[in-house]
Structures are given as C-alpha cells and as structure tokens.
Design a protein around this ligand. Structure first.
Ligand SMILES: *Cc1c(COP(=O)(O)O)cnc(C)c1O
Length: 377
C-alpha cells in the first residue's frame, strides 16, 4: 500500500535521538527552550527568512498560542474557512472566541474573498486563512481587507511549509504564521509545531505562553500552558530541516509527472487538477483532484474505494467540512450557506506524492485511475 503520506526518517534522525538520550536532556523549561529546540528554530528561521520562530508541541498549540498572543477572547469573532482540518476551528473555540465560517473558491480551495467581506462584523478580530493542500490563499487581497478593517491575519500554514506567494514563504505574511510537524506533514517531528512572526513583542509573548506565562521562575504574567516541544521531537525536526529541500523537490517531481500523465484523461472525464500560476507556488503537500463532471455523488467514493483496493492510499480532505460536524453545527448561523465548501467536500480526492513515491508508482496510479474511470463512465 502506498500511504497518502509517510514520514521519511533515517539514520541521521536516529543518531540525534540517541544523543539526546545520552545527554539526558529530554526537555528544557528554560525560556528559550533546549539546545535542539533552538537549533530547529534557527534553521526554520533561515529557511523562511523571518525574524522569530517559536517552536511548540503541535500545530494546534501554535494556533491557540497565536490567538492568545493577540488577546483574542470571548465576544470576539474569528473568520476562517470550514474547509480545513478541525484544529483551526478548535483553536478558535479554545480561545473563547466565536468561529465564523467563510466559504472557499473552487479553483484552489482557499478562502473566498467575496464571502469573507460579507461576514466581517464589528466583532471581527482576526482572519485565519488556511493554505490548504499547500495552496497559498490570496495573500495580497487578504492583507488589503485586513488593513481596511483593522483585522489581524494568522496564517494556518500547517500544510504549506515551502509554498510561496510572490516568491515569499507562506506563513510570513500575517502577524503570525502557524506550522505543524505532525507525522503526516511535509516536515515531521512526530508531533510538533511552530509560530513565526516578524514582531519582537509578539515573539516575547509567545515564549511566555509556551511556558505557563512565566519569564523567570514562578512569575506567571499572562495565561500560558505547557506548549513546549520536547528535545526528542526537536532532534527529529532539526535533522529533517536538512533534507527539506530534497523533500520539496521530490514532491514537485512526482506532482508534475502526475499532471503530465493525467493530461489525456482530465478533459475526457472532466477532472480538475491542481495548478500553480506565476504568483502561487505549491509545496505539493497533497495532490488533490476534483471530479467535476458528474453530479453522481457516488463517483468520487467509488473511485476512492477502487484505488485503495489497488494499494493506492488516496484520501478525502475533508468530508464532512468542519461546520457539518456534530460539535460545530451549534455554531452555524443562517449565514452558513457554504456552497463551494459543501461541493468540494463531495468531489475532491487527494493522491500520494510524498518522497517515498517513485515515478513508476505514479505511472501505476494513473493506469489504475484510468482503468476504473473507463469501467464506470
Ligand atoms: C495538521 C493541521 C493542523 C494541526 O496541527 P497538529 O500538529 O496536528 O496539531 C492545523 N491546521 C491544518 C490545516 C492542519 O493540516
């Protein structure tokens, strides 16, 4: 089975973990974190060309810490897409604020600017654009809208490490950007996350929040939690940074090959494939198709089943969308006519393009897909 994603860990990560154990340095509650936390932070800082990186223990923690750092709380509203992993919304609810769900565009599945403008209210405090599948949201326009309405932007870049917008790394456009190092992400530590910012004061606050709001000793000054990244995880993340460029190159190679081979069948079966343009360059975290042609809602699920039977680990991100989950239905309002979100959740399917996928695998994926489409249509 080719899984949809798989961490690429080898001997160098192993050796670094052994060093952590030999040094008996499993974690550090110092304000600046342990040695490997700091090494990882420097390395990510250089890659992103950003002033500050604060490593934490998950992408969820990164999002929650970012909201706390802006003092977002009860009675505030935060605008975000419903077409995302639920962590984005959970972080908002954990802060006490109300999530306001915004529709997406069906071109690249990122936040829809028209719907966003309609949903801004006097209570709005922040926008969380999600660079879903590694597709950058429309950051120039988002910045303009945020400026006009005095809103913060917190980028959910958990899926977009290495994606760029106008040649600048995603995650570095907003007041803060949040990254995840969960096992399935482009760069992994098993679990882990990071917040990046160019503002000194915010970086300072984030370091407090990561460590119970403390600065020197037991002197809690703001609400914080234990969001520290353990050294064992930081050790993996630090070594992974060395191969980030190779990881991105292999994902790109696989994705461009997949696009080339799909060329002949996308017109015939009315399939939409992901497409970069001059402004948006992808990290190719997920290669996501949409079966455009058919109103038959069983088509996508049927193809998914057949591909999995053939050892190809395709997956749907996300069905249901957040606003249709049992917990979030209670946040719904009349406003929640998220047509493109609903359509996308019923038509998209993501394909594996991670570094463990070979060019022969890609060829095989296309052959199986074409055969199954011929059988149905
Ligand atoms: C993975 C992910 C998160 C959460 O990150 P964790 O490290 O799993 O907590 C948040 N948002 C998006 C879009 C993600 O893909």
């Amino acid at each position: 089975m080719i899984p949809i994603n798989r961490p690429w860990i080898d001997n160098e990560e192993k050796q670094e973990i052994i060093k952590v154990i030999d040094e008996n340095a499993l974690t550090s509650a110092a304000r600046d974190g342990g040695k490997r936390v700091q090494d990882f932070e420097s390395s990510l800082r250089r890659f992103l060309n950003v002033k500050h990186v604060v490593a934490v223990n998950s992408g969820t923690a990164a999002l929650h810490a970012a909201l706390l750092a802006l003092d977002i709380k009860t009675d505030d509203e935060v605008l975000l897409p419903s077409f995302t992993f639920v962590a984005t919304a959970n972080a908002v609810v954990a802060s006490g604020a109300k999530p306001v769900f915004v529709d997406i565009n069906t071109k690249d599945y990122t936040i829809d600017l028209h719907d966003l403008k309609k949903k801004i209210s006097r209570k709005s405090k922040a926008i969380i654009p999600v660079h879903l599948y590694g597709h950058p949201a429309d950051l120039t326009e988002l910045n303009e809208i945020a400026n006009q309405h005095s809103l913060y932007i917190i980028e959910d870049a958990c899926q977009s490490l290495g994606s760029t917008y106008k040649n600048k790394q995603t995650g570095t456009f907003g007041t803060m950007g949040c990254f995840s190092m969960y096992a399935s992400k482009v760069l992994t530590a098993g679990e882990g996350g990071a917040i990046v910012t160019n503002e000194d004061k915010i970086a300072d606050t984030l370091k407090m929040i990561r460590n119970h709001g403390m600065v020197e000793g037991y002197d809690t000054r703001v609400l914080g939690l234990n969001y520290r990244l353990p050294e064992l995880s930081a050790a993996i993340a630090k070594i992974q940074m060395k191969k980030l460029k190779t990881i991105l190159d292999l994902r790109r190679r696989n994705s461009l090959l997949l696009s080339n081979l799909l060329e002949t069948i996308i017109k015939k079966y009315n399939i939409q494939i992901p497409q970069e343009d001059q402004i948006k360059k992808f990290n190719w975290y997920l290669y996501t198709l949409a079966f455009n042609g058919s109103d038959d809602l069983t088509l996508r699920d049927h193809i998914k089943k057949k591909l999995i039977e053939n050892g190809i680990g395709v997956a749907v991100y996300y069905d249901p969308p957040v606003h249709k989950t049992p917990f979030y239905q209670k946040f719904s309002s009349l406003n929640d006519d998220l047509q493109n979100t609903n359509w996308s959740s019923e038509h998209v399917l993501s394909f594996p393009v991670h570094p463990g996928v070979s060019e022969i695998d890609i060829q095989n994926i296309v052959n199986v897909l074409e055969k199954e489409l011929q059988n149905i249509i």
